[in-house]
Design a protein around this ligand. Structure first.
Ligand code: KPL
Length: 309
């Protein structure tokens, strides 16, 4: 199986980062709901400007032939609608790669997609400058694998393709664990920084530190009940180490959820918090702070959905 033609659905920061990196070595079409310039610039972490041309197609006027692989890079809450709009136009068997945060659409789309489905968990950082420019803020690493443990060879081939385009990646057989670990970190950081309008490093201040610790105390038993262990250490001590390491490493950053709030966009609260709360309920565990964040972010989402919101 060749992996030459890539469709990238969702022209946000991550989608355009992948598109522009891959465009150096593969045929890339960016699929969007709006018009974007074909000439795109990627500002690299080394501050170089990489100018690349990519084909841009509207989601309702798809090009032919079909792709060898389709990457879904929409926000978590847009993934299922985007997949539904495209699935009928794809021949059976085209591999799908899900790049979403959290753990909400991945099991459903892996089940629904008529072909191999891989999930990606990445620490690549990117942000949009404008319709023609995206910044690759820092080099990261991507893990690829399927939830049912199949398609290891495809994951390895795709990891190679990404790595040779400048996005280091590896195939793993424990992608569910990797997605949940990232979800745990996001749950401990993102709702707090989004609601209080602070950079990640401000969580080190005493008032916020206790809030992070309270979230860790709720997260650790839920994750243990789900069989999700921290990468290093055990139980709450391991989660504490991981979360504070990420806060240190990203101290100057505005987390993705804060960026969404500041841009007036929907946040990924359902994909990040709802799976934790449903696991808590299933295992009979209390999670009042996580629930409070979900309620507040849902109220904001409802207000956004109102006319003029
Ligand atoms: O992934 C992140 C995000 O911004 O969403 C970090 C920086 C780790 C914060 O949770």
């Amino acid at each position: 199986m060749t992996l030459t033609r890539h469709w990238i659905v969702g022209p946000g920061a991550l989608g355009r980062l992948i598109a522009l990196r891959l465009a150096g070595t593969a045929e890339v079409t960016l699929i969007a709901r709006r018009t974007l310039p074909a000439e795109q610039t990627l500002i690299t972490p080394e501050h170089a400007a990489l100018v690349r041309r990519v084909d841009v197609a509207h989601i309702e006027a798809l090009p032919s032939p079909p792709p060898d692989v389709m990457h879904l890079t929409t926000k978590a809450h847009g993934a299922e609608a985007a997949h539904a709009a495209l699935a009928g136009h794809l021949p059976e068997g085209v591999p799908l790669v899900l790049w979403q945060n959290g753990f909400a659409c991945q099991p459903r789309l892996s089940e629904r997609h008529a072909g191999p489905a891989l999930c990606a968990s990445t620490t690549e950082g990117a942000h949009v400058q404008d319709d023609a420019r995206v910044t690759h803020a820092g080099h990261g690493h991507t893990f690829l694998g399927s939830l049912d443990g199949r398609h290891g060879e495809l994951a390895a081939r795709l990891a190679e393709t990404l790595a040779s385009a400048g996005l280091p990646a590896e195939a793993v057989d424990d992608i569910r664990l990797r997605l949940w670990r990232k979800l745990a970190v996001n749950a401990a950081i993102n709702p707090l920084v989004a609601r209080f309008g602070i950079r990640n490093g401000e969580l080190r201040d005493a008032a916020f530190r206790t809030r992070v610790e309270a979230l860790l105390a709720e997260l650790a038993p839920i994750l243990a009940a789900e069989g999700i262990a921290p990468p290093d250490g055990e139980g709450i001590a391991g989660w504490r180490r991981l979360v504070w390491q990420v806060i240190e490493a990203t101290a100057a950053n505005r987390a993705s959820m804060l960026q969404d709030v500041q841009a007036g966009r929907l946040t990924e609260h359902e994909a990040i918090l709802a799976p934790l709360l449903s696991a808590a309920e299933q295992h009979g565990l209390a999670a009042p702070d996580l629930a409070d964040h979900l309620t507040a972010l849902r109220a904001r989402a409802d207000a956004l959905a109102q006319p003029g919101g």
